[in-house]
Write a protein that binds this ligand. Sequence first.
Ligand code: SF4
Length: 394
Amino acid sequence: MDLLTTLVDKGLRRELPTRDEALAVLATSDDDVLDVVAAAGKVRRQWFGRRVKLNYLVNLKSGLCPEDCSYCSQRLGSKAEILKYTWLKPEEAAAAATAGVAGGAKRVCLVASGRGPSDRDVDRVSRTIEAIKEQNEGVEVCACLGLLSGGQAERLREAGADAYNHNLNTSEATYGDICTTHEFSDRVDTVQQAQAAGLSACSGLIAGMGESDEDLVDVVFALRALDPDSVPVNFLIPFEGTPLAKEWNLTPRHALRILAMVRFVCPDVEVRLAGGREVHLRSMQPLALHLANSIFLGDYLTSEGQAGRADLEMIADAGFEVEGTDTVTLPEHRADTAAAGCGSGRGCAPCDDAGSSEPVAAGAGAGAGAGAGARTDLVAVRRRGAGTDLPPNA
Ligand code: SF4
């Protein structure tokens, strides 16, 4: 396919595809899915070889959020029967993090529900970061605490945080459909605050919320313009008790096309296969390793993932290797920028051309989710690990 040859060439040069090309990836047929994976896999290997970075989630504070993000089991009014607890003590969080590191995780992601942290919360998380780093030499710590206010990113950086996560989730045009208590621009602002403080920015999306292919391309182009170092690609876990419980829109093949599109648009970025991979990719998960160079190990914030041991076996069986702490994840040109903390909030080469791309083609990729069916049997609420007395899945 000429399309794939063009996209591989562009990906190897870190050149931005056009929006039409990105949409065309999402519109490819199931007959072509292996060709799409093979093409995007070439780009993945150029920048990340066959390495897979493992990340481990610790939910510091679960549920009881005043915000109304409709995809979230922790939202205001959620009837999902998830674990609910307030802040873990630093030593409790450190114990959970250490289990993840022992399982092979290189990065620990500290997440707390809520609109954003108070200054007291930042103090508490700072103590947690210090406890984790004391016990786990070389581990990366990413904080994900919601919307930041003045000076908080700098304080987290001073406490030893390496990265900050705040996802854009969906396109600016449809953001109001999934959340009314904050805006897309608030999320962009927090990512930029993190970048300005010298934190490595992590920002991604959720697919499968009923959005169009145009929306998916919009959010991925918005991410490229922001130029985070890592882009988690989540597939909606439709929790019973949330407004999106009936949104089963993805097939495993379309999930692969979405990951390939993200890889082509953000070729040299850590693309992370995130929540919902077991639910939507199912037996196709190993193919996704040809597209993403990073995954979460074990359980998610409020739902169970597959066993940590199964993750490791999948990686080995597919011919990939777990990335060690002695390896720098990002390609040299990007790692240098992250380490220097240029703070511009803008990308160096790859993002600056994002605004000059072609307009979105109407109607591309329609019906891509056809054939998706509800698999509520695959959605299990997390009952172990952080906030419980049971050992974590790592
Ligand atoms: S995504 Fe975050 S801010 Fe939104 S409801 Fe869930 S915990 Fe709250």
